[in-house]
Design a protein around this ligand. Sequence first.
Ligand code: GLA
Length: 729
Amino acid sequence: MIVLDQENRIFTLHTRNTTYQMKADQYNVLEHVYYGARIDNCELSELLQCGERSFSPNPNEAGKSRSYSLDVIPQEYSTCGVGDFRLPSIELELVNGSHTTDLRYKGFRLEKGKYTLEGLPGFWDTDEEAETLIIFLIDSAAHVEVELYYGVFEAFDLITRAVRIVNQGDETVRLCQCASLCLDFIRSDLDMITFNGHHLMERCLDRGPLRSGIQSVGSMRGISSHQHNPFVMLCDRDADEDNGICYGAMLLYSGNFEAAVECSQYENSRLVMGIHPYHFCWTLEPGGTFTAPEAAMVCSPDGFGEMSRQYHRAIRKHLLRDPYKGIQKPVLVNNWEATYFDFDAEKLVEIAREAAALGIGLFVMDDGWFGSRNDDNSGLGDWQVNLKKLPGGLESLVPRIKELGMEFGIWLEPEMVNEDSNLYRSHPDWALQVPGRAPSRGRGQLTLDFSREEVREHIYTQMKKVLSSADISYIKWDMNRSLTDVWSAGLPAGRQGEVYHRYVLGVYDLLERLHQEYPHILIEGCCGGGGRFDGGMLYYTPQIWCSDDSDAIDRLRIQYGTSFCYPVCTMGAHVSAVPNEQNGRRTPLKTRGVTAMSGAFGYEMDLSRCTADERDEIRRQVEMYKTHYELISCGDYYRLSNPFEDELFTAWEHVSVDKKEALVSLVAGNVRPASPFNRLRLKGLDVSLYYQVNHEEKLYSGRALMQAGYPIPEIRMDYQSLQLYLQAK
Ligand code: GLA
């Protein structure tokens, strides 16, 4: 609910559990008043305090008064060069060479429903469940208008933000920075939580107290990256899963980003999040506009768990555009770890036949089916079937898979090119490279210049041919390197600062065309696993391969970190063979199933090599997943332990929305002799209900399971696992 106090120019955004307030003050500066637990009928502007502080300048309009400074007050969208020395949100360069930006309140507009951003991903709303507030600010010397967008999804405690810049003057303006979100706090005793890692180990949680100065995470790799996720949190020092206030900030963007927090001199802190200013400079001709990507905030007054569940609910309902919405997704089998590049049609059909017999419904043909692709040094860019491997092409292979009762899916890496490809031989300038410099390779490949329409058009034409040659219901859209040598032959020297962002817009453009033309195709995102696991991609690719590390124990950490923002239905997770391909670890097949089942479930192994016992176990797992699909994919998710701290086991729980069912999963770490006896305290149950566990007769009260816990059977083997299915009676 958006409440306006026009007389006092106060704007209040209420969600179910939170309140967000801003006010245009006496100097027309938009001040940030409050964000936190919900307070009804509130006018909190007496909280805004300011006084004389040396070396904190005063705006010209203040005359002789020294009691007001932009350097001290909390602001909604920070500026630079005119008195605020903390992190700026925007920086304009005018033709006179100046780099100051001064924004003042001009007006507002309310809209029903959620705003949309052209060419950019965003939370959507079809039933006017959301409301929009647009606040207009103006830099009157620069003749630049800044529109601040707020989308309020009340039931989800979700407030989205975006920014649109309009050059209303008759001179060119250059935009050197344009953040999506600025959030000021009148406190700095907060912890910052970020999700970091590398290829094969993404989104590991890192928590630490804010310290004086600037601390930040970000990416300058052209992708949101394995290294730092564009989702960060700030919280009370003692906040945990169930207690304390916490703030989540998610950027729906898949390229360079920065999330920086500054603790300033007077023990305030400011979070600024948006496109990374590195090599970003956007030219706004007179009348020109620029739109910064969307950011989405959830505040939970009651700990991380509820924040995550609100993000999960909102993402599932208002961000994903999933062709399987409301329908059960098939379990998939992918041939990558089973065959790598070494396969032919017969091998693929053999794996699919085994899979079909086990209840698996989707066969995915991974890398190696096209061009001259027999290893990872050639072929990218030539999206024509390799007829030596697949005689008769997809026209012949796909019906054979479909005859088995399975859907067919295909791997593509549209953004890439190998120098050893027909595409590169005919269009070397289509790859990103700087004149006079030999480009760096990543995985032996170069990046296509997706900022150029003709490049995208060429790739799309090839993709369409493939997609129309057979009945394809799934695409794995891969992307296997960081960007370097970012320079486009399609833009003049003065506009090269636009290439990183135009590249991302180009990726979104192609994904959107695919979505519009083939709405029935499920696209799974991938970037060497989870190198582009962000809210931007999720709008186009409702599931993303979580990591190239498929080891069940490593995955506990990766999926744990990922779950802070993203729902389990978005996390591609597969059972693979042992010893594991990435780390050599042996884990029981059951455990691999338990871990992968808490995701978009599948297999990635040569099923034709499984023993009869293994087949039985897989059949059981597939059945289990299908039976509890709704509970796992649409239920509420509770983290019961932290795999970064708890060595004995990792546990988590899915609870149905009506709290009548729950599925608890537990995976042990390395076994210890005479290990302690443990009770697992469950969460999210109904205190007034009694539950059966794994269909046994005995009943447990919901209150007892949550307060006293459930006894964990003694663990006798490394990486043993356990699943408890609870049903209210
Ligand atoms: C990336 C993906 C893998 C696989 C290979 C194929 O590494 O993350 O799952 O598709 O590419 O080359």
